[in-house]
Design a protein around this ligand. Structure first.
Ligand code: B12
Length: 235
């Protein structure tokens, strides 16, 4: 597995969106340039060449996640257009779809589980988390994305979900997860809720403020968290 270092520097070039971004390692900058130039073929080749060995999840988290984060920062500074962010996301979705296994035939004895993106249209994180869980042998209901607070609560209650995973990328949605959690707790107190996504990473105390049982920084945290929650509910 190639190591893909990121820099902590938050600076980005100004000017043309496809100029070299010096805050990234050469490989990440190359990937970023491919994405914002909407060069799908080059992006696929970079992923293929740099992720020869090791877990595809590691590759996603050390290559695709930091590059998309950098694209987001450059959009924030006006360096790239929203259409470039959009196309970067689409290309990465395609790549993720080809890399991640649909499921693992080994079934894990487990409490009922579901995952959703609350309000957001940002689906990639959920897609990766779901694949990690399925590859780990878990059966997980996918509620999709863009769900309202009421829709998510109704689904969880009617399906009697015991472990719920909520992904949010927009801060307002992350804050609204508090209402989801509070109302689910009133009706179904045994349900464990794990949250994740950029707002929870930006503010490491937010998951506790919204009343979640746990938060995951990355998809690779998910299996441990779910195992822990499953043990707690079975106790
Ligand atoms: C790609 C992208 C888009 C794409 C989404 C494509 C898609 N199908 O997903 C498009 C172009 C559609 C988009 C639209 C918008 N976006 Co946008 N987008 C991004 C960007 C650049 C990358 C997000 C991403 O896909 N990352 C890669 C994935 C794999 O990472 P991830 O989601 O973080 O998930 C990982 C972990 O967080 C974790 N995880 C995630 N969920 C969960 C859940 C659990 C339970 C666990 C355990 C772990 C976990 O595991 C994942 C893998 O490791 C981010 C920048 C950023 N810093 O995140 C902005 C960003 C999220 N977007 C932002 C904004 C503002 C918007 C728009 C409002 C722009 C606009 N003006 O229209 C719209 C809103 C759309 C909506 N209603 O949801 C802001 C949000 C700011 C805020 N504070 O709320 C960000 C942060 C950009 C920025 N820096 O300002 N966006």
């Amino acid at each position: 597995m190639t190591v893909l270092p990121t820099s902590n520097s938050n600076t980005s070039d100004s000017g043309q969106g496809n100029r070299k971004n010096h805050s990234l390692s050469p490989l990440l900058a190359e990937m970023e340039n491919a994405l914002i130039s909407v060069d799908r073929v080059r992006a696929i080749r970079i992923v293929r060449d740099s992720c020869i060995t090791g877990s595809p999840f590691m590759c996603l988290e050390t290559l695709i996640v930091p590059v998309l984060e950098s694209v987001g920062r450059r959009w924030e500074t006006g360096d790239v257009a929203l259409s470039q962010v959009y196309m970067s996301g689409r290309i990465c979705e395609e790549i993720v779809d080809t890399m991640l296994p649909a499921g693992d035939p080994r079934r894990v004895d487990q409490p009922r589980m579901a995952i959703a993106v609350l309000e957001d249209q940002h689906t990639l994180g959920k897609r990766i988390v779901l694949s990690v869980l399925r590859a780990g042998g878990y059966v997980v209901t996918d509620y999709g994305y863009g769900l309202s607070v009421d829709q998510l609560i109704d689904q969880v209650i009617s399906d009697k979900v015991i472990i719920l995973l909520i992904s949010t990328l927009m801060l307002p949605a992350a804050i609204r997860s508090k209402e989801v959690i509070t109302r689910i707790r009133e009706i179904q107190p045994q349900t464990k809720i794990i949250v994740g996504g950029a707002p929870f990473i930006f503010d490491p105390l937010l998951w506790e403020e919204v009343g979640a049982d746990a938060m995951g920084y990355a998809a690779s945290d998910t299996l441990d968290l779910v195992r822990r929650m499953a043990e707690e509910v079975q106790r």
